[in-house]
Design a protein around this ligand. Structure first.
Ligand SMILES: [Zn+2]
Length: 75
């Protein structure tokens, strides 16, 4: 399954991931200056969504602490 198809099936994950990317992976570098660890409200259930962004790769991992299904890895 392609990433695009996956995100199409999981709009809440796409919404959360897009927010993280906009906040921490802006052009021109598309990666943060230092590793990021953050928390924001889960767009599906409102619980805590914890995420990280790697300064080395610009890739992000995220997981809702309520295990509502909102999670991603290496995006
Ligand atoms: Zn959630």
């Amino acid at each position: 399954m392609t990433t695009t198809a996956f995100l199409h099936l999981q709009p809440k994950i796409a919404q959360a991931l897009t927010r993280v990317k906009l906040a921490h992976c802006a052009p021109p570098a598309f990666r943060p200056a230092a590793d990021v660890e953050g928390v924001e409200p889960c767009p599906r259930c409102g619980s805590k969504l914890v995420f990280t962004v790697s300064a080395a790769t610009g890739l992000s991992d995220g997981r809702c602490t309520a295990a509502c299904g909102v999670r991603w890895a290496a995006q």
